[in-house]
Design a protein around this ligand. Structure first.
Ligand code: NAD
Length: 321
């Protein structure tokens, strides 16, 4: 393991906690920096039991000071679900601006490799399909979702500025919709919402007519892609996602089948600026990282359903998808 001491901002969240598990399992010492706005301590049980995880309960937009050497900084701290970032828009922009400054400054001071967790949302409502990394996107800079999309775009620009100006060893990944265990029930994203609704015997709420497409990647595949990117010397951006594209109505129907639910599908209003299409072109990740997902959407959903059943199901909010 090239990275003996790793900082994961947002490490108590869904993706961050799986990264903490990976690095502690590989023998690294991990420092999780999280303000627990959407993260949970229980996500860190496995990492904590290794004895190699330390948790700093702070807001990364206020502080990201770590004593001792640091080999890698993975900056994931940000509200990620539309329900979260629409409820705390200013904090979202602080995390994606001041927080990114602080995480980059830490990497610069320590001479660490820096990885920024960007998003497919930087492509906005795309006019190019599937989305490749050279596409500059089609975002609405003043709509409600802009607090997320634009802070991620700003963070990408800032990451490149630190690379060009200070020679920080940076990497940018653009994560497409990812799912799996530890997503919060009712966090508003499609798969956990549909699963919790189906298990609770409630109607599955589809926004719009359900023909909008998404591509869902299982979290274990994403973690292996992130690790490959970190271990490379690439700057990116590199797309990480599963190119298996489904409409939201197809996802809801699949979840209904896999849970054995008889819940009806109901249709509600679509949120403003909701993208019509979302599918990654992962040619670059295949070619440069030798990476592609290995878990099909169906197999991943089965695993997620098992986890939601084991941990108890509840009613979800309407998905933002
Ligand atoms: P999550 O909400 O589960 O995790 C985010 C974590 O960041 C939480 O633990 C939260 O408490 C923490 N956090 C938020 N603001 C903070 C702050 N100011 N200071 C410290 N900690 C803070 O979401 P996730 O799905 O695990 O997303 C992780 C990262 O990946 C985010 O940056 C998100 O934008 C990005 N991403 C996720 C997806 C996806 O499909 N899950 C897709 C694209 C990009």
């Amino acid at each position: 393991m090239r990275f003996g001491r790793v900082v994961v901002t947002g490490g108590a969240g869904f993706i961050g906690s799986h990264l903490c598990d990976y690095f502690t399992e590989m023998g690294a010492e991990v420092l999780c920096v999280d303000n627990f706005s959407s993260g949970r301590m229980e996500n860190l049980e496995i990492s904590l039991s290794s004895g190699r995880l330390r948790v700093e309960s702070v807001d990364v937009s206020e502080s990201c000071d770590i004593s001792g050497p640091v080999d890698a900084v993975l900056h994931l701290a940000s509200p990620a679900s539309p329900a979260d970032y629409l409820s705390i828009p200013v904090e979202t922009m602080r995390a994606g601006s001041l927080g990114t400054f602080r995480a980059l400054d830490l990497a610069r001071r320590k001479g660490a490799r820096f990885l920024f967790a960007s998003t497919s949302e930087t492509y906005g409502n795309p006019q190019v399909h599937p989305q490749h990394e050279e596409y500059w996107g089609n975002t609405n800079p003043v709509g409600p979702r802009s607090v997320y999309d634009e802070s991620k775009r700003f963070s990408e620009a800032l990451t490149m500025a630190y690379r060009r100006t200070y020679g920080v060893d940076t990497a940018i990944i653009r994560i497409f919709n990812t799912f799996g265990p530890r997503m919060r029930q009712g966090d508003g994203r499609a798969i956990p919402s549909f699963i919790t609704q189906a298990l609770a015997g409630e109607p599955l709420t589809i926004t719009g007519d359900g023909t909008q497409s998404r591509s869902f990647c299982y979290v274990d595949d994403l973690v292996s892609g992130i690790v490959r990117m970190l271990e490379s010397d690439l700057a990116g951006p590199v797309n990480l996602g599963n190119p298996e594209e489904l409409t939201i109505a197809e996802v809801a129907t699949l979840i209904r089948e896999l849970t054995g639910s008889t819940s009806p599908l109901i249709f509600v209003d679509r949120p403003e600026d909701d993208p019509d299409l979302r599918c990654p072109d992962i040619s670059l990740a295949r070619r440069l990282l030798g990476w592609e997902p290995s878990v099909s959407v169906e197999a991943g959903i089965k695993r997620a359903v098992d986890w939601f059943r084991e941990t108890g199901s509840g009613a979800g909010k309407s998905p933002d998808q």
